[in-house]
Design a protein around this ligand. Structure first.
Ligand SMILES: Nc1ncnc2c1ncn2[C@@H]1O[C@H](COP(=O)(O)OP(=O)(O)OP(=O)(O)O)[C@@H](O)[C@H]1O
Ligand SMILES: [Mg+2]
Length: 389
């Protein structure tokens, strides 16, 4: 009696010690073998060719395992001994003994653990499923992160291509002026009409143009420098940098650009990210003007710095966005342009930047004449908290 309760105590203690199924089953079978003197033990699936999941000690096979018994069964295995078969729901514990002495007692004892064993096996399988799910979720999250990063850089590349053509526009005029001044001076020297005052004046003009060239390149360089720092931004900086980057391009397409808002206002945000969004929207307006051939093309950019938020609106009169597609303009890869001009990344990225990075909102409204993009971002101070006065 004493012996039996000790065996029972040891066996029950071995159940559920691990959430790893293989480990847990090994623990149970080896404890049972140790305590009962069985020569081998197995945990197998049922059916004609029951597959062994775990085997410890002497191996043996039971040809046809079916689950038609409630508690346990003793199977005679010719010339090998006796097998104690304890069925779980769809599997069996099998233990091989040389004699059938005490097998009924052991069978009853083991049957008493059935519910606990079934629960522990279930728990192990659930833990396995959970960790598989976590693994695939983590993989999915990482995949999304990588995709987002690829897209951000794809969109930066697209903006970069756009920038190069803008730099060309910005530089055309000053380079023409410098060239003209140099030619004038050469001509004066050749004609022997050297007027020191005039030469000084021309050289000063050239110097101004060179300054302008180097200033534009600085603006572009700063734009591409990774800038994740919250910075104090003056509305006048936004207007100046936008004009420096896209002004000449708009001008050469005869698009009037007006800026409304208090240029002295200041706010905190991430300047390059904001500029990237504005440039995406302004380039779209320019493309729409080029496509539609509007008589008096006009873009109005407004800023309104409030206590706890900043509102921007960018309006064009380029003929609007049709009702059929307006709900899709922020979708990834949605474009109505040819492959050479559009990738459909501009507004998608703009929405990610405004909503995910700057925690604001971006909306579009349009009729048959005009399109307005509304952007709202929180006004945060340099400690990263909202301004509340
Ligand atoms: N101001 C606008 N007027 C008319 N249509 C617009 C305007 N802004 C956006 N759209 C429409 O929204 C679509 C999506 O714009 P989005 O900037 O995301 O992509 P894209 O300009 O086509 O390509 P990408 O910006 O990647 O070069 C455009 O193809 C265009 O049809
Ligand atoms: Mg675009």
């Amino acid at each position: 009696m004493m012996q039996q309760s000790l065996i029972s105590y040891e066996c029950i203690n071995a159940i559920g010690n691990s959430l790893n199924l293989d480990e847990m089953l090994r623990d149970v079978i080896s404890t049972f073998i140790r305590q009962t003197g069985a020569s081998g033990g197995q945990f197998v699936s049922q059916g004609v060719n029951g597959k062994s999941i775990v085997t410890i000690g002497e191996t043996f096979t039971i040809p046809n395992l079916i689950n038609n018994i409630d508690s346990y069964e003793i199977i005679v295995l010719a010339e090998r001994g006796f097998v104690l078969d304890i069925p779980m729901i769809e599997e069996h514990f099998l233990f091989l003994f040389k004699s059938d002495e005490n097998l009924d007692t052991l069978g009853n004892m083991f049957s008493n653990f059935r519910t606990k064993l079934i629960n522990s096996i279930d728990a192990c399988r659930m833990a396995e499923q959970c960790s598989e799910m976590t693994l695939s979720l983590t993989k999915e999250i990482n995949k999304n992160k990588i995709n987002e990063e690829i897209m951000i850089s794809q969109s930066r590349m697209a903006v970069m291509g756009e920038m190069i053509s803008m730099i060309a526009h910005q530089w055309r005029q000053p380079i023409t002026i410098i060239g003209m001044l140099i030619n004038n001076t050469i001509l004066d020297v050749e004609l022997g009409e050297i007027d020191n005052e005039k030469i000084l004046e021309d050289l000063t003009s050239m110097d101004e143009q060179v300054h302008y060239l180097s200033k534009t390149i600085d603006d572009f360089r700063h734009f591409f420098r990774p800038n994740k720092l919250l910075q104090n931004i003056k509305v006048s900086d936004v207007s100046r940098e936008l004009l420096n980057m896209i002004g000449k391009n708009l001008e050469s397409n005869k698009i009037s650009f007006s800026f409304e808002g208090d240029l002295n206002d200041e706010f905190y945000s991430y300047k390059n990210e904001l500029l990237q969004v504005f440039l995406n929207i302004l380039s779209n307006s320019r493309d729409a003007f080029l496509e539609k051939n509007i008589e008096f093309p006009q873009i109005i950019f407004t800023t309104n710095v409030k206590k706890d938020e900043i509102l921007f609106s960018i309006q064009d009169n380029a003929g609007g966005i049709s009702k059929d597609i307006i709900d899709q303009v922020f979708d990834l890869y949605f474009t109505t342009k040819s492959k050479e001009i559009g990738t459909g990344l501009g507004l998608y990225m703009s929405q990610i930047i405004i909503e995910k990075h700057l925690h604001g909102s971006i909306k579009v409204a349009s009729d048959s004449n005009k399109t307005v993009f509304y952007i709202k971002i929180p006004n945060i101070d340099n400690a990263g908290v909202n301004h509340v006065y």
